[in-house]
Design a protein around this ligand. Sequence first.
Ligand code: NAP
Length: 345
Amino acid sequence: MAITKVLLTGASGYIGGAVLAQILKSNHDDVRISALVRSSEHADIIRNLGVESILFKGLDQLDLIKASASEHDLVISCASAMDLPSCLALVEGLAQRRASTGTDVHYIHTSGTLNFGDHPITGKSFLGIRTDKDDIFSWEKETQDDWLLRKVDIGITEAGLRFGVKTYIVNPPIIYGIGNGPIHKQSLQIPALINLSLGFKQAVVLGDGHGIWTIIHISDAARLYDVILQKFLQKQPIDSGRKGYYFVEAGETTWKIISQAIARAGHSQGLFASAELKQLSPETFVESLGIPFLNAGMVEVIWGSNSRIKGIKSRELGWRPEVPIGIFADSIVEDFNIISQNVSA
Ligand SMILES: NC(=O)c1ccc[n+]([C@@H]2O[C@H](COP(=O)([O-])OP(=O)(O)OC[C@H]3O[C@@H](n4cnc5c(N)ncnc54)[C@H](OP(=O)(O)O)[C@@H]3O)[C@@H](O)[C@H]2O)c1
């Protein structure tokens, strides 16, 4: 039996950890997984799951990243949607593998639906509902100077076409729920909003919070990566390259609904004086958040925009969301409880 060697980045993270847990749960006996990790503590935890850990200094160590990829048939990238050089090193490493084995090689990249977010506060209006059947590649190519993630998607896709590496871009929307990966188990956007709200002792919302976003539970998002892996194992070709975009979604919410759930959690626990929302401008939001590389325009997209998608092609692969959307509000409370306990500890 031929063994497929899979390399994972971001295995200690929320998405990568859940992808790792999903692949291990599927128990493919013809798959060996390795993970690039940057701490020996994480390496030990991951090794204990039966996964080979490769220690590296970080995404800047391009030679090691490329050499690692050259030893694998399929790479799943969950470390950064923004870091093009490391992604290109992975693609080039896979191209070396193809040259030495003569077999197909594949690269699955985690991007995001920030790519489709608008600027409802400062003016640019709703960009429409995108589906993964649309020509996302051409649209991203035309507009790539407006948003870094689009540039990364395009760079990867074009490198894949140049080097004969089959690329797939997975665009998750807001991912919610506690992850089942081995290390980091909480998402980004909702937990950041909770942290900010705890700082103000009142639930915050950016602008009027009317922006609509698509949502997906972490376990449903992680399953798509495994579905793509299974297609590879079963030698069933699927769209890649320019047509290799896949969306995961299960429903929609608004930023106001999210902030209201945070307000109820904080107020019922006596941490917030009221359940009213505090409206922040993008400038105040970015200042309070204190993340150096973010500016007002970026936070407007990340926490205030409309970003709406439909995953048609992902469903055609056999993927379906399984987690009932009704648990969404409870999952915000779960996030809130973990974060508020950590803050008060
Ligand atoms: N969560 C979402 O809702 C969502 C939705 C769409 C897209 N995305 C994108 O998907 C990516 C992963 O998200 P996530 O939620 O899984 O984030 P996360 O929990 O912060 O995980 C990030 C992972 O990448 C690794 N990493 C980050 N920077 C690195 C560096 N410079 N060198 C080496 N390893 C590095 C981290 O390793 P350490 O443990 O060593 O830090 C960790 O394993 C991000 O780019 C994010 O923007 C996230």
